[in-house]
Design a binder for this molecule. Structure first.
Ligand SMILES: [Zn+2]
Length: 366
């Protein structure tokens, strides 16, 4: 599998404005867009996998990138939902890049099974551990993953940049970028302007689970920025964001770790000034009150969306009902997705709960 180690400096005009660190990155993965027709926008589908994660990006160039794949089992529930969105909703004939944020079941539950339903061109992960005591079934599961990837999955590390297909070159159309910010507990260099929220950090107990090793990826299209951090936890968020902010401002933020309060350190979520958040929670997992309140107080925030109503919280604490995709418990859930759609110039984006009218938001000028 192509793993192109030609040195490339992230200090290009786009990343200068985002304060990304000065060091050589590895550009990984050849751009192999399937060439299926697209609407020329960057579409991001947050697929409901009942408290796991599965996020499908379809770029203007027709490239499809799936980050995480929900839970296994449940009669193929999450697998079917991913395949429905990829094929029927987004019109994809293949997944070009399938990324595993970390080795927990709610994130790579269907990577192996996917290949029997839709071709997957390339796999990326944080590197496969030799042993993984957290999951007694890991050996069996990882064997299936290795088989599906034909032992060619590409390990990602902080500073790597994914090579993406860019479509037709139009001078006014900004370039889409995807940069890895964290992975295996490491972070990009802490360069950039001082983070005014750094002093708000207080340490939480060390997280020895794989959550702390999650891959975080920052996508940018002109001024637009989308950040997804898997299940990254509190102290690693601090490590990334203190004392300086190497990320910059983020318009669309996938709330980390299903919106649990062992993640979403204010040092990170306040510093990135999100305009819109989407929480990939389940009826009884994530969407925590403390996180909702931390986000609601951020001056830049225009709207919070959730895949599920948290059935354990009063409605008044949660986003309004039209911004919650699924209100019932898992047994009756219809699995509606939330879709973001970014204009080709990266200046506006819409958020649509499946079956409802989209809402439009302005991207913040960087
Ligand atoms: Zn998770």
């Amino acid at each position: 599998m192509s793993h192109l180690p030609f040195g490339r400096n992230l200090w290009n005009p786009l990343s200068v404005r985002r304060f990304l660190p000065l060091f050589a990155a590895v550009v990984v993965g050849c751009a192999t867009a399937s060439g299926d027709e697209t609407n020329q926008k960057l579409d991001i589908y947050f697929i409901d996998v009942e408290g796991g994660a599965a996020t499908l990006l379809v770029t203007a160039a027709g490239e499809s990138i799936l980050i995480d794949s929900g839970y296994p089992d449940h009669g193929g529930r999450d697998l079917n939902r991913i395949v429905r969105v990829a094929k029927e909703v987004a019109g994809r004939k293949q997944i070009d890049k399938a990324i595993v944020s970390h080795w927990h079941l709610d994130h790579y539950g269907n990577h192996a099974a996917l290949v029997s339903r839709i071709p997957v061109k390339q796999f990326f992960d944080r590197g496969i551990p030799d042993v993984f005591p957290e999951d007694k079934g890991f050996d069996e599961r990882i064997a299936l993953y290795r088989a599906a990837t034909q032992n060619k999955s590409i390990p990602l590390a902080p500073g790597n940049e994914l090579e993406l297909a860019q479509g037709e070159a139009k001078s006014a159309t900004p370039r889409l970028t995807a940069k890895v910010l964290t992975g295996s507990g490491q972070t990009v260099a802490n360069v950039g302007p001082a983070n005014p929220f750094a002093a708000e950090h207080f340490a939480k107990p060390e997280d020895t689970s794989d959550n702390a090793k999650s891959l975080s990826v920052l996508f940018t299209l002109g001024d637009f920025a989308f950040l997804t951090c898997g299940d990254l936890t509190w102290n690693t968020e601090h490590k990334l964001m203190s004392p300086n902010n190497p990320v910059g401002q983020v318009d669309l933020f996938m709330v980390t770790h299903h919106g649990l309060n062992v993640s979403n350190n204010p040092v990170l979520v306040r510093a990135i000034e999100p305009v819109v958040t989407v929480t990939c929670n389940g009826p009884t997992k994530g969407g925590a009150k403390e996180v909702l309140e931390t986000l609601a107080k951020i001056p830049s925030l225009k709207a919070q969306f959730q895949l599920h109503r948290n059935i354990q919280l009063p409605d008044g604490v949660q986003p309004p009902v039209q911004r919650i995709a699924n209100s019932s418990d898992t047994a009756d859930c219809q699995g509606r997705y939330i879709k973001a759609s970014v204009e080709p110039d990266g200046k506006k984006f819409t958020i649509e709960v499946e079956g409802q009218d989209p809402e439009t938001f302005d991207v913040m000028k960087k």
